[in-house]
Design a protein around this ligand. Structure first.
Ligand SMILES: Cc1ncc(COP(=O)(O)O)c(C=O)c1O
Length: 354
């Protein structure tokens, strides 16, 4: 889900890698720039007042959200309810935070089953999670319904848009039907959005956005010993390069909404072409119509592990999930790559059929 960073972001990253946002007093201008970057991300997600940080990735962002939820609840024996499609970073976070993770089944459209979420909520639940762009299939959960449910139950509601955050707003601009998934939904407390995925920023650049400053403060710590004077850190790590935030700022200013829209248009166009053509290959079918530039391919007759291995031997970077092959059509992909991929896929399917 990552691609080569934009050359400008790469250059800027190299120039500023020695700045340290862990000691914001020593680098006040970089700290201000990070705030501006977060406001830009917030504006993309219908809330320029959002407060947060550029972090190491979606894993740290999801961990910070669950950490905030646990602290706000003041419960020690607690649970988080997540869709069965949730990224493994939630397992890691729950383990670290001593929370039990409750996984809820999906419906036939691979979205979390909201009625099952309702049943899974109990006295120990402190948070509910919805995904806007699942890792395996790019599916968006019913965020509005989950939000209502979480509000009714007075629970923290986090949306993981690590991948979808840099796709869905632009798909909406392009006229695709995109359900509400961001801070426009009133019960959303925090959102993960990763510039190092579809944002074309250099790794590491994840994003955690809280609805407001008071929520961010939940995971903030006062640090007194640093040479820039007293400061506060609301990230998991202490020392962290300011280059990440500066590079995200640069790449977002460079592309603007128009630039990202063009990128997403191309990715989506190619994904739909791939979906249409791939299902013509005997033995292969798509798992579900793609919502974004993530496509799942399955087979009742071919061994998908073998198909994946053969694709990898031909240097295609595809992922294997328990029941499907995942293809993410990233911004560097062009029409000729899709054609070549389909040709290889056809040949592999032929060979495996014998
Ligand atoms: C939906 C989602 N959330 C979180 C993550 C974790 O992000 P990272 O690998 O940047 O920590 C991923 C990674 O692919 C993801 O797809």
């Amino acid at each position: 889900m990552c691609t080569s960073p934009h050359p400008l972001a790469r250059e800027v990253y190299n120039r500023f890698f020695e700045t340290n946002l862990g000691d914001s007093g020593l680098f006040p201008a970089v700290a201000e720039l990070e705030k501006e970057t977060v406001r830009m991300l917030g504006a993309l997600l219908s809330n320029p007042e959002a407060s947060g940080h550029i972090v190491t990735g979606g894993t740290e962002a999801n961990l910070l959200a669950l950490w905030a939820a646990k602290k706000l609840s003041r419960k020690t024996n607690c649970e988080v309810v997540v869709p069965a499609s949730a990224h493994c970073s939630f397992d890691k976070a729950a383990d670290l935070l001593g929370m039990r993770i409750v996984k809820v089944r999906l419906n036939d459209r691979f979205q979390v089953d909201v009625a099952a979420v309702r049943k899974a909520i109990g006295p120990k639940t402190v948070a509910v999670v919805g995904i806007a762009g699942t890792t395996g299939l790019g599916v968006v959960d019913p965020i509005g319904e989950l939000s209502e449910l979480a509000s009714e139950e007075n629970l923290y509601f986090h949306v993981d848009a690590a991948f979808g955050g840099f796709v869905l707003p632009f798909l909406e601009d392009l006229g695709f039907s995109v359900p509400e998934f961001d801070f426009a939904v009133p019960g959303v407390c925090s959102i993960t959005i990763d510039p190092h995925k579809m944002g074309l920023a250099p790794i590491p650049a994840g994003g955690i956005l809280f609805r407001d400053e008071s929520l961010r403060k939940t995971v903030s710590w006062g640090i007194s010993y640093l040479s820039g004077g007293e400061t506060e850190q609301a990230t998991l790590v202490g020392t962290r390069s300011g280059a990440s935030a500066i590079a995200v700022w640069t790449v977002m200013k460079h592309f603007g909404r128009e630039g990202y829209r063009k990128i997403v248009k191309n990715c989506m166009h190619l994904t739909l072409k791939l979906a249409k053509e791939a299902q013509k290959i005997k033995g292969l079918s798509i798992v579900t119509q793609p919502t974004m530039n993530v496509l799942g391919l399955k087979s009742n007759t071919l061994d998908i592990r073998r198909v994946t291995e053969e694709l990898r031997l031909r240097k295609w970077a595809v992922s294997l999930f328990p029941h499907h092959i995942r293809i993410v059509v990233m911004p560097h992909i062009k029409k000729q790559h899709i054609e070549q991929f389909l040709e290889d896929l056809n040949r592999i399917a032929d060979e495996l059929r014998g």
